[in-house]
Design a binder for this molecule. Structure first.
Ligand code: NAP
Length: 598
């Protein structure tokens, strides 16, 4: 069937192609196709930013609050607590500084992919001005450190320290926190903010460990080998053949600088990314300085409203992502007005068709251009944006090795094999992503034992069960900042803002009112999980038909992760739940709460 408005588009054929492409990529091993950076592969996890660990004696301490993780979640929670004049906070962080994602991800070309004026926190409070609409990772990292200094968070922070176990002591009403450095810390409250993209993964390809050249994951970029820094200048790649595996948001950011410096670059592609216009530009300082007080909150909300399908008078961000969401919002209105689903689906296909035509317009070699065209529904994967990724395929030193959806066959001591051909390489870069919404205990590496000696692993053996994605019954005074059963904005910073305020307000409420232990009842948790499952239905059904990715558990969701979904009502409704609970002085929560006064 063709369409009268766009006569050259055969929508049925495209739908069929989407299904075929998906089926090519579905694998029985699903998430099992990946390896974590542990055991045999723990050398991949070494911190290239701070190769030597500093020495210190184990710490024995009693503290009000332990925060695990110094990325956005941990940092913002600590800031909110400081604003309540809570001073006794110990932050435990695996890296050698604050920053989380922005500490670890220092690959060349790293930038935020949501506008920096809404993604980088606390611009108004710190006076920090991002230099570009999509700021470089190094700037975001600096802003995290600036926030930590401004709120005196370095004081009791324990860096290069991995939290291993948390055990609730019923008698003292405290958590006993133990680390890999022999620290023992007794804390009234524990906030686990271990991150959402913090557990890197490698593909389980035979031979990885036997490769004799340099190889590393993008979140552990080896500048000692490549030379240069996040700005490029990768002089160590002169004369080198480099293979990059992965074409997600990371791959499309790191490929252009590598292409500029390596003698030869081979990009191994399993699924092409959708790559739309980025439109990055320097910050207009006079515009930035003219913004009225309170602009940041308003702008952050404007984006979340658009991306939640709530039309506004103005789109303050006005970029490819917000335009996309404006279209989606218009579609939601059309749907409510009874526009046929078929028509809406066509609009969605046309959107991706624009992306495919952009590939044709930029990439000169027809075979390469064809292989770079994505065939899946737009929101099946995190949309990609770049002004220089597709252009690299016009360079003579760049070869796209399209694996036809199969991925790499094997790694040999000399290189990578695809389709029976060995590509000899000096270096392999794994841009192969992170665990996402899988088992909390596996991703965080934490062993947690709550009341009655019950472990969180056992408690969640049939899936995560939370209230607001942050608390669970049987684990008093424990807060988990994650995306599971929480309402997430496309702009993670907005969600981190709201979750951190909620947690800090609740902890402050307990400290002020001498509430010894707070935890939701099993009934409250059951109710929230039920609501999450009910509301996440449409999104789950959409993703079940998608090409495999981390967003749909590689198309093969394990039964124990059945309940691992975001709150399906969207970020705005979620923020309202948090606000309402706070506004009534946590009464609703405390009524349903095991509530022990110390
Ligand atoms: P990702 O989106 O999960 O991409 C992983 C890539 O590795 C995919 O292209 C995947 O192919 C490929 N891959 C995996 N196994 C393979 C194999 N055996 N052979 C060949 N290719 C293989 O990871 P990411 O790019 O690191 O991005 C993860 C998320 O982090 C993003 O979605 C974004 O939310 C966030 N992020 C944000 C920024 C930013 O803000 N600037 C930057 C980077 C990342 P398939 O597509 O076929 O699975």
């Amino acid at each position: 069937m063709t369409d009268s408005v766009t006569p050259d588009i055969d929508f049925d054929a495209l739908e069929k192609r989407y299904t075929e492409e998906r089926e090519k990529r579905l694998r029985a091993d699903g998430l099992g196709q990946y390896l974590s950076l542990s055991g045999t592969f723990s050398s991949f996890d070494a911190d290239p930013n701070a190769p030597t660990a500093f020495e210190r004696e184990p710490v024995e301490r009693r503290t009000d609050i332990v925060i695990i993780g110094g990325g956005y979640g941990g940092l913002l929670t600590a800031v909110q607590l400081r604003k309540h004049n809570v001073t006794d906070i110990t932050i435990i962080e695996k890296g050698a500084d604050f920053g989380g994602t922005w500490y670890w991800n220092r690959y060349p070309g790293v930038r935020c992919d949501v506008e920096s004026y809404i993604y980088v926190p606390m611009l108004e409070e710190t006076g920090f001005v991002p230099s570009e609409k999509y700021a470089k990772g190094a700037e975001i990292y600096e802003q995290c450190r600036l926030i930590a200094r401004k709120f005196d968070l370095y004081r009791d922070a324990l860096f290069q320290t991995i939290t291993k176990t948390l055990a609730w002591n019923e008698t003292t009403q405290r958590w006993l926190v133990r680390t890999n450095r022999g620290d023992t810390i007794e804390a009234r409250f524990v906030v686990s903010a271990t991150g959402v993209y913090s557990s890197p993964k490698l593909p389980k390809i035979p031979g990885i460990e036997a490769f004799e050249g340099a190889s590393f994951h993008t979140s552990r970029w080896d500048y000692a080998f490549t030379g240069g820094d996040t700005d490029g200048n990768l002089t160590g790649l002169k004369g080198k053949k480099v293979g990059v595996i992965g074409t997600g948001s990371t791959g499309i950011q790191c490929v252009p600088p590598v292409a500029e410096y390596a003698d030869e670059l081979y990009l191994f592609q399993r699924t092409p990314a959708s790559v739309d216009i980025r439109g990055n530009r320097p910050t207009d300082i006079s515009w930035f300085k003219s913004l009225p007080s309170g602009w940041e909150t308003e702008r952050v909300m404007n984006f979340t409203l658009w991306t939640s399908g709530v039309p506004q008078v103005e789109d303050m961000i006005d970029d490819s992502m917000s335009n996309l969401c404006r279209e989606t919002a218009a579609q939601a209105v059309a749907r409510s007005e009874g526009v046929d689903e078929d028509e809406l689906n066509k609009a969605e296909i046309l959107r991706m068709e624009r992306v495919r035509r952009r590939v044709e317009a930029i990439v000169k070699d027809k075979t390469t251009a064809e292989a770079l065209k994505p065939y899946f529904h737009y929101f099946c994967k995190r949309p990609g944006f770049s002004d220089d990724y597709l252009q690299v395929f016009n360079r003579r030193n760049v070869t796209l090795v399209d694996t036809g959806g199969n991925g790499i066959e094997k790694v040999t001591p000399r290189g990578i094999v695809v389709g029976g051909r060995e590509y000899e390489l000096d270096c392999i870069v794994y841009a192969t992503g992170f665990d996402f919404m899988t088992s909390f205990t596996r991703e965080s590496g934490l062993s947690i034992v709550g009341t009655g000696g019950r472990s969180l692993e056992e408690h969640w053996s049939h899936g995560a069960k939370t209230l607001f994605g942050m608390q669970t019954n049987g684990f008093p005074n424990l807060f988990l900042l994650s995306m599971v059963q929480a309402g997430m904005s496309v702009n993670y910073r907005h969600s981190a803002d709201e979750q951190s305020k909620y947690v800090a307000d609740l902890i402050f409420h307990c400290l002020k009112n001498e509430v010894g232990a707070v935890e939701p009842t099993a009934e409250a948790v059951e109710e929230w999980v039920g609501l999450c499952m009910e509301l996440s239905g449409p999104n789950r059904r959409f993703h079940e038909k998608c090409t495999p990715s981390y967003l749909n558990f590689e198309g093969n969701r394990p039964p124990e992760l059945e309940l691992n979904a975001p709150f399906g009502g969207g970020p705005l409704a979620y923020f309202e739940y948090l606000e309402k609970t706070k506004a009534d002085g946590f009464k609703g929560l405390l009524e349903f709460t095991r509530h022990v006064v110390k």
